[in-house]
Design a protein around this ligand. Structure first.
Ligand code: ADP
Ligand code: ADP
Length: 234
């Protein structure tokens, strides 16, 4: 059984009188343990697709299944519950809360899950250690560099140990060193922890870790390429 399944999914945006179909009949099955890379030009529907995969939005037509459960008709509170259990986001638009310090930003999702505060603090400290930000625990987001903010977002996305990690341009706007760090980090989550990783990117360096590459154009899947470790991209 696929972890996520989309059948004939359409997303239609309504702007006053005008309708725009950002996704046009998407069929896609994603299995546990995949590292899926989504490529496509700007405006092709990648973010729209990620919003559906991340249970941030529901389709206009068609069906989205998560763990065989049809979530297409879910309301916002049902979607929020599923997100909290299943999905870690590394989205640039998923901004850190500007008034919360690094450690508090990481603690936030655990508070939603009503985790014991002592355990939560230990976990936050462990996660900040992993992303190399132990010394920035008390900084506000405005006192961090772009790469550091991205790493706080990673720590936060891992706080509730979700089986699915969604990343939207995780290496965008970062210097090469931080970008590589995040790339290797995502690879490790897949390789060592068996997480299902779905990444939208323009960064062709990420493609080398993909188990499949999905090419999107004009709201449709143009092609899907299967990858194996024995044929590295170079
Ligand atoms: P990508 O992430 O590949 O750049 P998007 O999924 O953001 O593409 O957008 C796909 C298309 O849908 C674009 O033409 C965009 O203008 C349109 N679109 C995205 N979001 C909205 C919205 N909220 N309202 C209307 N049109 C939208
Ligand atoms: P990067 O090359 O990663 O973008 P920056 O040059 O932005 O890094 O920042 C370098 C260092 O300065 C970082 O350790 C960051 O924590 C610190 N820093 C950046 N902006 C601020 C700020 N507004 N207040 C305090 N420290 C800052």
């Amino acid at each position: 059984e696929p972890l996520i399944k989309l059948t004939d999914v359409w997303k239609i945006y309504q702007m006053g009188e005008v309708e725009f179909a950002a996704l046009r009949g998407i069929n896609l099955e994603i299995y546990e343990g995949e590292f899926l890379v989504v490529l496509g030009p700007s405006g092709s529907g990648k973010s729209t697709l990620m919003n559906l995969l991340g249970c941030l939005d529901i389709p206009s037509e068609g069906t989205v299944y998560l763990n065989s459960e049809d979530i297409s008709g879910f309301d916002e509170s049902e979607l929020a519950r599923i997100r909290g259990q299943m999905i870690g986001f590394i989205f640039q638009s998923f901004n850190l809360l500007p008034t919360l310090r690094t450690e508090e930003n990481v603690l936030l999702p655990m508070e939603f899950q009503e985790e014991d505060i002592q355990i939560a603090r230990k976990k936050a400290s462990y996660l900040l250690d992993i992303v190399g930000l132990s010394d920035k625990k008390h900084n506000l987001p405005s006192q961090l560099s772009g790469g550091q903010k991205q790493r706080v977002a990673i720590a936060r996305s891992l706080a509730v140990n979700p089986p699915i990690i969604l990343a939207d341009e995780p290496t965008g706007n970062l210097d090469t060193k931080t970008g590589n760090y995040i790339l290797e980090f995502l690879h490790g989550l897949h390789e060592r922890e068996g997480k299902t990783v779905i990444v939208v990117t323009h960064d062709l360096d990420l493609v080398k870790y993909a188990t499949r590459v999905v090419y999107i154009r004009d709201g449709e899947i143009e092609k899907i390429e299967k990858r194996t470790k024995s044929e590295p991209e170079e």
